[in-house]
Design a protein around this ligand. Sequence first.
Ligand code: LLP
Length: 422
Amino acid sequence: MTFTQMPWIDCSAGVMHAEEVSLPALAAQFGTPAWVYSTQALRANWRAFSAALVGRPALVCYAVKANANLSILRIFAEAGAGFDIVSGGELARVLATGVPARKVVFSGVGKSRAEIVAALEAGVKCFNVESAAELHRINTLACGLGLRAPVSLRVNPDVDAQSHPYISTGLRENKFGIPHGDALALYREASDLPGLRVTGIDCHIGSQITAMEPFMAALNKLLELVETLASQGIVLEHLDLGGGLGITYNDETPPSPAAFIGAIRERLDTHPIARKLEAVFEFGRSLVGNAGLLLTRLEYVKHNGERAFAVVDAAMNDLIRPALYQGYHQIVEVAPPPDRPASLYDVVGPVCESGDWLGKNRALRLRGNDDLLAILSAGAYGMAMSSNYNSRPRAVELLVDSGEVRVIRPRESVASMLQAEV
Ligand code: LLP
C-alpha cells in the first residue's frame, strides 16, 4: 500500500512507518491519540512552491491558523517563509520563532485595537483590510503612534470557490473582504489618510479549492482594479492572492503547486503592471495538510443492528473536520492483517454526540481491540481546531525527521486542564 499524496509514509514492511519511524513504536512510547508530522514532507511542500517562483519577486506566506505549533513555524521560517496571521496570538507565535515582522501579513475581519497596535509596534509588512471601519481604526491608531500603517484592501471578487460553504469566502454573501465595486472609492480614501500607506491588493476566496478557474477569475478581477488604480496614480507594491489551494484527501486532483504557481505566474508576468508587483501567497492546507496524520487506537467494536462501529480513542475534539464540514480523511490500518477480509465500519470517537464520527462506511481489516489506525491528511486544521470538549486532554504532537522523533507539544494532562480554573 502506498499513499501518493503522503510519500513519507512507508508500508513496505507490512507496518506503517512515518519516514523511518514505526507507528506502533510511536504509539507504545507516546500513547494515542497522537499527531505525527513529517519534517521531510513539510520541507518538500515548501520547496514545491518556492522553486516555482524563482526569478520573480514573491513572498510565500504560511497561514499560521492551519497548524500553529512553534516547531512547524520554525521549519517554514528557516526555509524563508513569510507568515499570514489573523490574531495577536498568531503574531506572538511568529515573533517567538524569530521571524522579522516585515515578513508578516495580518488578515482577518475583526482586528481589535490591541491587535492592531501590537502589529504596528512590531512593524508588520501589511494589514489586509476588510472594511472601511477597520481602515479608519488603523489610521487613527497609526496616527496616535506617529506611524504610517502599510495597508492592502482585501477585495471580495464575488467568485465561487466551489468548495464547502463554510470554507468559501469569496462570494458577495460572505462576511469577508470589501465588495469589488466599493474597492476603488476606498482605495482613494485610504491614499488620503495620513496614517496609512497603500501598498497592496489582496483576496482570499476560500479553502480546499481543487480547480484553477476560481483562482484565475479572482486574479483577473484584481488585475482590473490594479489597472484602474494605476491610471488614477495609486501605485501598488504587491498583489496577494491568499491561500486556498486544495489537497488530495480522497480522490481529488488539485493542481500541483508547480502547476498552480505556473498558471498564476504566466498571467502576472505578461501583465504590463502586475509583472512588477511582488506576488504574495498565504498557503495553509497545501503546506501542512498531507504532512501530518492522527494516530489512534481501537477501543471497541460494537454492532447496533445492521451497523458496525469502530470506537477509537480519537474524537471530534481532536479532529473536528468530519463533524463540521463532512470532511473526508482516509483511515487505514497501521499493521493490516493480510489474511483478513475487510468489513465496513463507522469510525467514531468517545464523545457524547452523534456528530462525533471520523469516517463512515470504511472498509477495514480489524483484528480486535488495540488495533492502531492512522487518520491521514490531518496536518492542517487538525490540532489547530482541537478542543477539550468532554474534558479530553489534547493529544501529543510528534515531529519525525528521518529516524528521529521529537515531542513538539506534550500530551495535556487532566491536571493541566483543571489548573486555570477556580
Ligand atoms: N488566508 C486567509 C485570509 C484565510 O482565511 C485562510 C484560511 C488562508 C489564507 C489559508 O487557506 P488554506 O491555504 O489553508 O486553504 N478549517 C477549515 C479551513 C478554514 C480556512 C480558513 N481560512 C478546514 O478544516 O477545512
